[in-house]
Design a protein around this ligand. Structure first.
Ligand SMILES: Cc1cc2nc3c(=O)[nH]c(=O)nc-3n(C[C@H](O)[C@H](O)[C@H](O)COP(=O)(O)O)c2cc1C
Length: 329
């Protein structure tokens, strides 16, 4: 039984799917909030994930944590990603989330930012496999079978590779899926993701394996599926640049030509979803300046739009700028 209560989530009525034609949206700190998840779902994302949420922060009902749990009926199936290094907190947080109606969970063992690693959480767990196992077990115990996945990197460094052992032990402990971003923690985002590890792990595991890492276009996602035989792919930076990557994936897979889309519609849709589901007390105008600029990167008016977005102080100015440049597009 949870020791604290969270606001109720809508009833969970959709199962997770792990297929080549069911691409997932990755957890993205600072980005995979409800409006962005809904946007990606409208383009065909099959499963979406919250950004990583501190288990301890949840247990202490920290004010910054609760907005990250914002969800709605259309936002299913949803995976809530937790980070932490204390099994008691991970267990308690999972229990409270289950009680509030959340269904699926992921344990972050991949985040390599110092703030998280210092807490022995995120990718630091790769260097303490027994603790990693205890953390996963605490979540699985509260959530039940088929409900908890783990997101891993290869290890702390090339001299500290924890695969495939850790993944197999997690499988044995009851993890329902593994996601692998095949870089070492020490690499952060440098070098190339080593997809050969995905092939190796896909042959070893009996539970679904999800690929993450350098899947920046739908072509890259589909080629990864074919080469590595993972169960499905997860788009991260590719979705930040192009939330329609999921639709591109599904079209390309069916052999259909990629769809012409209006950039204006994309920008306006994201703005509308943020208005409909204000994600947090953060300054949304400031946040959307950066997000909208990233959508237009590479287009002829990108530079001018970015300068204008940077100067926008109000929400309505963002709309005005979109129309100034893209009304006829
Ligand atoms: C801005 C940003 C935020 C991220 N936040 C998280 C997170 O909260 N939890 C997590 O497990 N991974 C996080 N990641 C890692 C991604 O989920 C993904 O594994 C990684 O970006 C590799 O995929 P890509 O090369 O296709 O972007 C983040 C990555 C980025 C770029």
């Amino acid at each position: 039984m949870a020791k604290f209560r969270l606001p109720q989530a809508p009833a969970c009525n959709k199962m997770l799917t792990f297929r080549a034609d069911t691409p997932w949206l990755a957890p993205l700190a600072g980005y995979s909030d409800l409006p962005f998840r809904l946007l990606c779902r409208e383009f065909g994302a099959s499963v979406t994930t919250t950004e990583m949420i501190s288990a301890k922060g949840l247990c202490y009902e920290s004010p910054g944590t609760l907005p990250l749990l914002q969800t709605t009926e259309r936002d299913q199936p949803l995976v809530v990603q937790l980070f932490g290094a204390e099994p008691e907190f991970l267990g308690q947080a999972t229990a409270a989330l289950v009680q509030a109606g959340y269904c699926y969970f992921d344990l972050n063992m991949g985040c390599s930012v110092p703030k998280v690693m210092r807490q022995k959480a995120g990718a630091a767990l790769l260097g303490t496999p027994d603790l990693a196992l205890a953390c996963a077990r605490a979540m699985i115990k509260e959530a039940g079978p088929g409900r908890v996945g783990c997101k891993l990197r290869l290890g702390l460094s090339a001299s500290n590779n924890c695969l495939p052992d850790l993944a197999l032990r997690l499988e044995e402990a009851g993890a329902a899926w593994i996601t692998l971003h095949p870089r070492y923690a020490g690499q952060h985002f440098q070098g190339e993701a080593d997809h050969a590890w995905l092939t190796r792990l896909a042959q070893t595991l009996h539970i679904p394996l999800i690929a993450s890492g350098d899947l920046l276009t739908a072509q890259a996602g589909l080629s990864c599926l074919e080469k590595t035989k993972v169960s499905c792919v997860m788009y991260a930076r590719g979705a930040l640049k192009n939330p329609a990557i999921f639709e591109d994936h599904l079209h390309l897979q069916k052999g259909l030509p990629s769809k012409e889309r209006s950039l204006r519609d994309l920008l306006l849709r994201h703005l509308k979803l943020v208005e409909d589901y204000p994600p947090s007390p953060r300054d949304q105008t400031a946040r959307m300046r950066g997000i909208l600029s990233s959508y237009v990167r590479g287009t002829p008016c990108a530079r001018a739009m970015r300068i204008d977005f940077c100067q926008a102080r109000t929400w309505s100015e963002l709309y005005t700028i979109v129309d100034r440049y893209l009304l006829d597009s």
